[in-house]
Each structure stands twice: as C-alpha cells, then as structure tokens.
Write a protein that binds this ligand. Structure first.
Ligand code: LMR
Length: 398
C-alpha cells in the first residue's frame, strides 16, 4: 500500500520551521509560525502557568479520563472569558478541544454530520489551515474578498457585497474575532455591527475563530466583536485557543462553543459535539485545561495572568513600531507605516513569495510565502539586521 503514496508537500507554515531548524547559519531569524518570543528569542512558560502547575503537582490525585466534553471548571471559566455578560451562558454548549485547530474541526464535524455540504465562507486570505480543516470535515469552502488591491487595508465594501450577493441562508461565515491571521487587519467596531446585521438579515451563521484574545487591544476589548455579532445573531460557533495567550502551544488547549437560540437547545447541541469528539479523539487531554482552570478561577493568579498577557501585547506593539521605524531608516522607497494599523502577532508585509524565498536563501530570514511576518518573533537586538535584509531584498528584487 504505502509504496504507492506520493510525498505530500511540506506545511506552508510549520514546514518552514523544519527548514529553519536545519539551517546552519547562526544569524538566522524565524518569523514564520505564530509563536510569541521574548527579546532573547525564547518562548517562555508564563509565571502563572508554572504556579498553577505547582498547585496541580501537589493537589492532583488522578489521571483518569476526562468527560468527553472536557474539564467542567475550565469550561465554565472559558465561557465567562469569551461571552462575559453578552448572552445567557445557558445557551452555550462548550467542549474542550485539542487546541484551536481541534475546536475548528469539532465544530465543522458537528455541523457537517447533520447538514452535509454546508457552505463556509473564508476571508481571502485566511489562516493557511482553515480550508483544509473545513474541507476534511466535509464543508464546502468559498472565499470572500478581504483586502484592497495594495493589500494594506480591509476592502470592506467588497467583502460585504460578496457575502450579500452570494451568501445563502444556513451558510457559515468564518470570521477572525481579532488579530486577523495572516493580515493583522481587523474590521472597525462600526464595521462589525454591519457584518452582524448582514449575517442576521441573510440568516448566515458566524463561525468565529478566536485564537488571539488579549493580543489585539486587551482581553475584554478583543471579545467585543464577538459580542457585537451575538447582539443580532442568535446562533454562532465560536472556537478559541489558549496556545497564544497562555503560551500553552504544545499542551493543545482550546474550546468549541455552539451558541443556540435558546437554552433548551443546548443539551442536544452538546450531545452532538460529544459524538463528534468521541469518534475522533474520545476525550481531551487533562493537563493544559487544568492549568488554565487553576489560573482563571483564582483571583490573584488571574490578575497576574492578565498582566502577563498585557506585557506580551506591549512587546509585540514595541516590535511593530521598531520595525516600521527601522525600515524607514534604511531609506527604502516603500513606506511600511501601514503596519501600525495591524493588530496581533502578524503583519502582512506586502513582500511576495519570491522575496520571501530571497530572504530565506540569501539571509536566513524565514517568513511565510504570503509575506506574513510573525512580529512576535522579532527582537530589538536583531532589528537593524532584519530591516537591512528586507531593504536589500527590496532593492535586489524590484
Ligand atoms: C500560525 O498561524 O502560525 C499559528 O496559528 C500556528 C499554526 O498552527 O499554523
């Protein structure tokens, strides 16, 4: 059997990290995968995570199976963090999943088991894995325009007009709650209101990917677009992740939440989510969710964690500002100031695939082929070299 298998192409994001690891150059810089790094280039374990783990080490008495939908206290805390006072939490069927990717897949599986061939609309561009996840679950993927031709801002009229003219009742619309991946370009509060109204009018259902809560404007601020969607839309699927804001990348901690019109529909919704999970990975891993629950349910630890999230966000903003001024000081023609309007870990730099290849080959600087740069991977100490390399690349390739 297996001798007939062709070699699959490397993953467009994670594959680059493999190539980076093999690169022998000491000066190499990895700005590919969305992982937060400190000035020293480390991806730290948060202090609150370490404290929670110490508590768990002392108090945990069993590694028995978790319920299919996951850790009860974790789920209660996550629902609070996501929905706040926006809706009755009784309308939410939430399940813990292996990361945000697991959440997307379980959400999509749950829909497609009962509504085969449901269509989902994805922004163009979107996270490189969205299409594969939804197609693997049996959904039909379509795209709506997202960027202006110069790729520096949101083409809101084009986005709305496509969804309005092509969207159908029962279609899902994948929206990034904040810190759009890969562009860092988010709708304004007013635009979110309009999106919310359009979806409600057309009876399309928001499928919200919420992987960067706290990396845009703050934990509560970043949830506002979701709340705005729920003001007009009675149903939604929300997928969240603690990879970034808890730094729990490898623990795989995420949540899928189905919001129903009424609390009386929640039990059935949750039972379907459970079935999707059971035939996939049976039940979720314990450690990451226990860690998050320990932090979120303890006032002191929770406040310390909020401060840690704020510190990560501030460092990313600082790197973005240093990058913009660093590029300006190289004297290149291209103005990078539009990056200041982008939010979160990523910047859509406007560099093309050929330029990404040039940077990799000539300077050992790795960015995603679409021109996406992980700002959270930059450091002040190497900023001059990075900006100079991009300036040289622009000169060599234009
Ligand atoms: C990214 O976009 O780099 C992250 O979400 C990590 C991943 O799995 O792709």
């Amino acid at each position: 059997m297996f001798e007939h298998l062709p070699v699959a192409p490397p993953d467009s994001i994670l594959g680059l990290s493999d190539a980076f690891a093999k690169d022998p150059r000491a000066s190499k810089i990895n700005l590919t995968v969305g992982v937060y790094k400190d000035e020293q280039g480390r991806t730290p374990i948060l202090a609150t995570v370490k404290k929670a783990e110490e508590i768990l080490l002392r108090t945990e008495t069993s590694k028995g199976y978790m319920p299919i939908e996951g850790h009860p206290e974790y789920l209660k805390a996550v629902v609070g963090l996501l929905f706040g006072g926006s809706i009755d939490h009784g309308r939410v069927a939430a399940a813990q999943t292996p990361g945000g990717t697991g959440a997307l897949r379980v959400g999509a599986d749950t829909v497609s088991r009962h509504f085969p061939n449901t269509r989902i609309w994805l922004s163009n561009p979107t996270w490189a894995n969205h299409g594969s996840i939804f197609q693997a679950a049996g959904l039909e993927t379509n795209v709506y325009p997202y960027l202006t031709a110069d790729k520096t801002s949101l083409d809101f009229p084009a986005m709305m007009s496509e969804l309005k003219s092509q969207g159908r009742r029962g279609d899902l619309v994948c929206l990034h709650a904040c810190c759009h991946n890969p562009t860092g370009i988010d709708p304004t509060a007013e635009q979110w209101k309009e999106i919310s109204e359009l979806l409600a009018e057309k009876q399309m259902i928001p499928f919200v990917d919420f992987a960067y809560q706290g990396f845009g404007d703050g934990l509560e601020e970043d949830a506002k677009p979701l709340h705005s969607l729920l003001e007009k839309n009675q149903e939604a699927i929300v997928c969240s992740s603690f990879s970034k804001n808890f730094g729990l990348y490898s623990e795989r901690v995420g949540t899928v939440a189905l919001v129903s019109k009424e609390a009386s529909f929640t039990e059935a919704a949750l039972s379907q989510v459970r079935q999707a999970i059971r035939c996939n990975y049976s039940n979720p891993p314990r450690h990451g969710a226990s860690t998050v629950a320990t932090v979120l349910t303890d006032t002191t630890l929770r406040n310390e964690w909020i401060a840690e999230v704020n510190a990560m966000r501030s460092r990313i903003s600082l790197m973005r500002a240093q990058f913009i001024s660093g590029m300006a000081s190289t004297g290149v023609d291209r103005d990078f100031s539009f990056l200041s309007r982008q939010k979160g870990m990523f910047s859509y730099s406007g560099l093309n695939t050929m330029q990404a290849d040039w940077l990799k080959k000539e300077r050992g600087i790795y960015i995603v082929g679409t021109g996406r740069i992980n700002v959270a991977g930059m450091a002040s100490s190497t900023m001059p070299e990075l900006c100079q390399a991009i300036a040289d690349c622009l000169r060599a390739t234009s």
